[in-house]
Design a binder for this molecule. Structure first.
Ligand code: NAD
Length: 450
């Protein structure tokens, strides 16, 4: 069986390898998932929760080791990698929320009583990216399992080891066939989409999302798609520029910009434009770049040469078309791209339109709030956004933006209990929160005459 080799993007060293699942084997894997599903669904919600709680404890015990593996495999700083594993392992609140979301609900209509059941679809195919190699599988796998589905996970070919560790930890407690993993790249993903699954839960690029939606339609399969973004930040008069600049640096450059809700476009009121650029550059220049295993490193490498070349080309094209490099002009090496701030960007440039997924921020001035809204909404994407300024005025601007998650004087993520949701071409369905968990279940209504 041929091997998938996992490579450290910081050093080029081999981190480990897994066996590639032959495309011809995927139907058998899904068949095993289907056979295991009825008895998994027969367990009560609290029985499933208790098993998964134990799995979380297993994972917590290995948090340091899996975090180190994640850091080596993907490149993010060790502290963030271990934090990602710990956040996944701490499942208790999420599981309780799922029990509540998925429990039957009785509606008394007087002459008859209806009960809403939230049943499993059957088998879920989960297909996930590499940028949060344990969190992204977890966000899809956990609600799918809690709803009584069995799951076949196809993680990114860039981070197979971390996903395997996650599945192994859960499988210390799950019955056989309830959670399986297949390894490989897009061909294995496509084969899973074409297989006998009932729901496809996908996180990744818009292009792959379109392919999955198209292919899933042939079998009328359900889909949940969490796709890319081109998140704007709007800086209005009255903004605390130091706070806004610190946020911009963190949110544009964390994980080397390889975050779906990275700040990629920043619109700044014209009078604040140059002072903001100065403060932003000073924050960016403080961020230490290097091997994520080294102490004090804030930014690691790009995941691979293909992604690095795409980002460098966007920078070069923007400069050739008239953008000004505020910081980050030189020093790129290996898979490392120095955090780059581009000023005087126009919306005809690729860097203002196409998802970068790298440590690059395009900064553009505006003259009034309406123009800021028009520019921020000039994108087919609609994942996250943030607006900075005096809270009431900022909230008015925020309500006119097309994104699914918008923060005022903070990042886009909502508080606990709210969904992770992309609008426009950033999402098709969503997950997390009671409403999100319910997307992994088929509602059935049983009505009994009174
Ligand atoms: P990708 O779309 O290239 O790959 C994601 C997964 O899909 C991989 O496992 C890949 O093998 C598989 N795949 C690719 N083409 C497929 C096809 N035609 N059919 C079935 N499977 C296929 O994305 P990536 O490079 O791994 O990740 C980066 C992208 O993910 C960015 O666009 C980012 O914004 C997005 N993302 C979104 C969220 C969110 O919550 N909205 C979170 C993280 C990442």
């Amino acid at each position: 069986m041929s091997k998938l080799v996992s490579v450290d993007p910081a050093t080029g060293a081999t981190v480990g390898e897994v066996s590639i699942t032959p495309v011809s084997e995927i139907a058998n894997v899904v068949g095993r998932a289907r056979a295991a599903q009825p008895s998994w669904a027969k367990l009560t919600l609290t029985e499933r929760r208790d098993l998964l709680l134990d799995a979380g404890k297993q994972l917590e015990l290995q948090a340091e080791a899996v975090g180190e593996q994640l850091c080596r495999e993907m490149g993010k700083p060790l502290r963030e990698a271990v934090g990602e594993v710990r956040a996944v392992a701490r499942m208790a609140d999420e599981l309780d929320e799922m029990v509540e979301a998925l429990s039957p609900e009785v509606v008394d209509g007087g002459r008859a009583k209806s009960t809403l059941y939230r049943d499993a679809f059957g088998v879920v195919g989960a297909i996930t990216p590499w940028n949060f190699p344990i969190m992204m599988p977890h966000w899809m796998v956990l609600p799918a399992l809690m709803a009584g589905n069995t799951v076949v996970l196809k993680p990114s070919e860039e981070t197979p080891l971390t996903a395997q560790s996650y599945v192994d930890a859960l499988n210390t407690v799950l019955p056989d066939g309830v959670l399986q993993i297949v390894h490989g790249a897009d061909d294995q993903g496509r084969a899973l989409v074409d297989s006998d699954v009932d729901l496809l839960a996908f996180t990744g690029s818009r292009a792959a999302g379109i392919s999955i939606l198209t292919n899933a339609a042939k079998g009328l399969k359900r889909v949940i798609l969490e796709l890319g973004g081109k998140d704007p930040m709007v800086v209005l008069p009255g903004t605390d520029l130091d706070r806004a600049a610190a946020f911009a640096a963190r949110n544009a450059f964390r994980n080397a910009g390889q975050v779906c809700v990275s700040t990629e476009r920043i619109y700044v009121q014209r009078e604040l434009y140059e002072p903001f650029l100065t403060a932003f550059a000073s924050e960016a220049e403080k961020m230490v770049q290097g091997n994520g295993m080294d102490e004090g490193v804030a930014i690691g490498p790009m995941i691979n040469a293909r992604q690095r070349d795409w980002v460098l080309k966007q920078i070069d094209d923007a400069v050739a078309e008239g953008a000004r490099v505020v910081t980050g002009a030189s020093g790129h090496h290996g898979n490392f791209i120095v955090p780059t701030i581009l000023a005087d960007v126009s919306h005809s440039m690729s860097v203002a339109k196409d998802e970068t997924f790298g440590p690059v921020a395009a900064v553009i001035p505006f003259d009034d709030d309406d123009q800021a809204v028009t520019l921020a909404n000039d994108t087919p994407y609609g994942l996250g956004a943030s607006v900075w300024g005096e809270p009431e005025r900022a909230a008015l601007v925020a309500r006119q933006l097309g994104a699914g998650m918008i923060g005022v004087n903070r990042g886009c993520g909502g508080v606990s209990g709210t969904p992770w949701v992309g609008a426009g071409q950033s999402g098709y369905g969503f997950h997390s929160s009671k409403e999100g968990h319910r997307q992994f279940a088929q509602v059935r209504v049983l009505t009994i005459a009174g």
